[in-house]
Design a protein around this ligand. Sequence first.
Ligand code: HDD
Length: 698
Amino acid sequence: MADPAGREDRKQEQIDQRRVSPQGTELTTDQGVRVDDTDNSLSAGERGPSLMEDFHLREKITHFDHERIPERVVHARGAGAYGHFTLHESLAEYTTAEFLTDTSLTTPVFVRFSTVAGSRGSADTVRDVRGFATKFYTRQGNFDLVGNNMPVFFIQDGIKFPDFVHAVKPEPPNEIPQASSAHDTLWDFVQLQPETMHMMMWLMSDRALPRSFAMMQGFGVHTFRLVNAQGRGTFVKFHWKPRLGTHSLAWDETQKIAGKDPDFNRRDLWDRIEAGDFPEYEFGVQLVPEEDEHRFDFDLLDPTKIIPEEEVPVRPVGTLVLDRNPGNFFAETEQVAFHLGNVVPGIDFSNDPLLQARLFSYLDTQLIRLGGPNFPQIPVNRPVAPVRNHHRDGYHQMDVQQGQASYHKNSLSGGCPAVGGEGSFTHYPERVDGDKIRKRSESFADHYSQATLFWNSMADWEKEHIVGAFRFELGKCDHVHIREGIVEHLDHVDHDLAVRVAEGIGVEPPKTPVNANHGRTSPALSQANTPADSVQGRKIAILVADGADPAAVEMVGEALTEAGALCDVLAAKDGFVQAAGGGQVKVTRAMPTVASVLYDAVVVPGGEESVRALAQDGDAVHFVAEAFVHCKAVGALDAGIGLLERAGITGVRFADGDIVSDHGVVTGEGPSADFPDRLIEAVAAHRHWTRDKAHVPA
Ligand code: HDD
């Protein structure tokens, strides 16, 4: 059935049927008996003991006692949203999956983004991989693409997953540190398991610090297989590319946000959707014919390798838009259950040993997490395709199954449900033979070439951030042999990298390179090459005090809002400030309730008196200095330039009659209609990483 917007959304209807609203209702027990008092226990006299007979008290407390379920063993912290997937180009040549072949369909989806290592209550902005899991509610059943924001993984074989997770999680004696890889056990694991090196390069890069879930790539990681109507298989890697480009926070900023607003990414996702600024991603595929399986200098089955986009281009075929927030975090985001084994006809697996282990793990973990085998009946997990089988009973059975026969084959229900009709899932009949062995394939042995490729592809500022991250993380390791071990591995990746890291952590730098750098690059890997042309959803702070220039506040606010950004006028106190020349300027937030790290840019409008007051306010001076150090766009008009000087900003050119935009610092004198445009350009560029900032204390 079509929804008012004219697109199919069976999933939304299905969820809506289960929504429970308190509007216009009376409080009842779980048995539907109306309650007269839920504030006072039943007691023997006003000051007497409570009575066992109080069934309402006991029911209320019992339910409360059982409200928590185990958090996910990894990816515990997450945020989700509904949306829809549309296909622009049919992949019928490669697959029979209807949602990838019929361009007239709109497929409802639920996406959950997550961090990996931290607990449910940990901060959003930690250095970590982000999960990017998508449930497509297709007409042929659910397809789950359970990916990450990095295209490779730490290990090659799933049997190592418990070891890896034990190493990265807080250490056993004291459960420290929370949601952080900067500790001995993780790096001990890494130095003894060099297949991790490629992923560690990604983890130490800015990819681990996304500005927004709407500015994050997604990857299916493994090589999967598409199967077409003739039964022909084609290897495939799945990609998500954000319309807003891939952008990251500064490391120092992430740590401060973790205290100021631990829900930073979650809030950003929620607010964007509420504001109608819907996160959007392009869905792309890299296709490799089966006869080309061995044409690469790595094994397609090795999940620590990418197929460089320059070798096999990503073919954009569809769009994902997230346009609806869930109505209840627990019911939807917490209870959603992804499983790599949820595939539809036309999509199949490869023999990647990590993928194969995952096929076991997801179903298994949901049994304990969601309390039994009927979790697929939870509204967010129910497919929109009809479910008919002989599964029966179990904890929390929601369906009232009819009929005498709960077995196949039967004659009592007319042989139904029947099997093997058109559109059934048929496993790809890949021929497999070999000895029963425990042995890693030789084709998985090169652990460094692609780590080098990643390093070579980085801009200088990205390299600086990576070196800084290694120094920070290894600097937190108490055991010198672990630091030394990592430097040794880094020398296999790149000599310069190893030397720079070693110099920061008190380890003897390697004298000569272990091996020559192969010199290859893949420009697609660098965030320097990502789209940076939109201010959509960017947050701008405008600092004012009594005497602010109201025309400048209005000009900047209107232009940026028009361009899609969100502007907050900040002052020492909430309410209003007096405008220069009379009138008032409305304050959106009091400065002590926010911080520069929660904004993408700061602007100081003119007004002599206002700027004099701001210059005496440590919060305001720090606000500007910190935004500058975090390489954000900084704007100032007229007297406002004085606050930039007061904040110690030097080394960039300021306005001298004309508007000047220098490394994202945009200044202007006199009334100028061009100022907002230059500011918008500076904000859209995201960050001005090459700015000289070491001299500014913040
Ligand atoms: Fe996993 C959750 C992604 C390897 C076992 N994984 C989980 C989630 C994501 C990923 C996004 C969160 C899903 C959600 O939002 O509910 N996992 C990956 C990727 C991997 C990967 C991209 C490598 C390519 N995972 C992996 C391995 C195993 C697991 C090798 C075990 C053998 N993953 C799990 C799990 C989780 C999980 C224990 C925890 C909670 C859950 O499944 O539902 O089964």
